[in-house]
Design a binder for this molecule. Structure first.
Ligand code: HAM
Length: 414
């Protein structure tokens, strides 16, 4: 046998009931909040992410799955959904927002695989495009918090918040940060030395202990906010408190994508280990990288479905995933198989989960298979019963059996 496994960092999911349930629950919650479901392609142009997410980010600089181009245009597998959703907004002809949409599907990032980090993973992405007011941020964060707390019943997660200000505030902070890092150049790691010039904010993401210690003293963006940004930042915090959303402020939370300004946030769970964020988002505007004439302030977030499923499994908070009882029809001869399929059709039409065993084998082997399939009842059609339009109904738990008319089978099962 030639054994070919899945590609490193990808996985076969042989039971997706939990993932499907999570997506169904998120979908219902978003529809309730008047968001609309959309779908964008998995393949996008590389240019979209180069412009929108930023060349200096790990996601674009190091982790893109590039596709061999047949024409001039470079293509890639999407690593995230914010840029594609924004692109869809611009192409849709919708003139103004708020455009409240969500989408889910696979994303691709060539990262080092580890627990909770895959090269293909499912995201549930929510965007509110062309939504200027800070209350949109408050509404989205509280919507997410409610879904995690009330619908998924998560108890031990942390919502971290930070405020990345405006471009001019970030510019002032950047100058101060570069000056600070330059003075420490000999002490910081090689990656930080490179990032210091390319994207100094990302130094706050460094996991090297000595860098973290040094960065404790670094100037923070929050110290550079103007009165206007300060007022929004305060309004956001006060409103979240009023709405009963617990959060902690992490002034070093920078997120790995370049498009953010204003509030950024991450929902983190201790159940996940090093890759502890199961949802992340913030405010952004892609008008400048896409050279639009006017700003399109927007806010959004993405939930990692695989990570949320991991948390629910590891903390025993899985929702009820039991399937309805299985009715298994056992035709005793080859000639009776079609009758079996016809009876199955009637039961399925009445929403009863039904299957037919179609491989020739003895009754005892069929009953063994029925046990393996965890059938609640088997419906045995022998030649004698068929001749009299009857069928045997056997309860697999108690072993009790009765003979009923095929025409009355449905009533006998309900
Ligand atoms: P992100 O933080 O890169 O944000 O990803 C969002 C979530 O996707 C993470 O919190 C995590 O749960 C999951 N995730 C990311 N990478 C992986 C991976 N390699 N394996 C498994 N799960 C992963 C974004 O993608 C932004 N587009 C979110 C956003 C929407 N911001 C504004 N709108």
């Amino acid at each position: 046998m030639v054994k070919i496994g899945p590609v490193r960092g990808t996985q076969d999911l042989l039971d997706v009931r939990l993932e499907k349930k999570i997506i169904d629950q998120l979908t219902a919650h978003l529809l309730l909040h008047n968001f609309q479901q959309i779908q964008t392609p998995i393949i996008e142009t590389l240019e979209l992410f180069l412009r929108c997410v930023g060349q200096e980010t790990d996601v674009v600089g190091k982790e893109m799955f590039l596709l061999e181009p047949r024409d001039e245009e470079k293509l890639c597998l999407r690593p995230e959904l914010t840029a594609p959703t924004f692109r869809a907004f611009l192409n849709s002809g919708v003139q103004s927002g708020p455009w409240k949409v969500f989408a889910h599907g696979p994303m691709f990032r060539y990262e080092r695989p580890q627990k909770g980090r895959w090269r293909q993973f499912e995201q549930f992405n929510v965007e509110n495009i062309d939504a200027q007011d800070i209350t949109h941020d408050i509404a989205l964060i509280s919507l997410l918090d409610r879904v995690f707390r009330q619908i998924f019943k998560l108890q031990t997660y942390i919502l971290q918040l930070n405020f990345l200000g405006t471009a001019s505030e970030r510019q002032l902070h950047r100058a101060a940060l570069v000056e600070f890092l330059s003075a420490q150049q000999q002490q910081i790691c090689h990656t930080c030395q490179v990032r210091m010039h390319a994207n100094p904010l990302r130094c706050f993401d460094c996991k090297v202990e000595s860098c973290q210690q040094i960065l404790e003293q670094a100037p923070l963006l929050l110290q550079f906010l103007t009165a206007d940004s300060q007022a929004q930042w305060q309004q956001l915090q006060q409103a979240l408190q009023l709405l009963d959303v617990n959060f902690v402020i992490n002034p070093r939370l920078v997120r790995g994508l370049d498009y953010y300004n204003g509030v950024v946030f991450e929902f983190q769970s201790m159940a996940l280990g090093a890759q502890n964020a199961f949802c992340g988002g913030g405010r952004y505007d892609l008008a400048i990288p896409l050279e639009l004439r006017k700003p399109v302030p927007s806010i959004g977030a993405a939930i990692g479905i695989g990570r949320l499923a991991l948390i629910l499994r590891e903390t025993g908070l899985q929702p009820d995933l039991t399937l309805p009882p299985l009715y298994l029809i056992l035709p005793m001869t080859a000639e009776l198989k079609i009758l079996g399929l016809m009876l199955a059709r009637q039961l399925q039409a009445a929403e009863l989960r039904t299957d037919v065993l179609l491989d020739d084998c003895s009754l005892s082997n069929m009953l063994k298979k029925a046990n393996r399939l965890q059938a609640a009842k088997v419906l045995i059609i022998g030649e004698q019963e068929a001749a009299q339009n009857q069928i045997i109904v056997k309860d697999m738990l108690t072993g009790a059996q009765q003979v009923v008319l095929q025409a009355e089978l449905l009533q006998a099962l309900q």
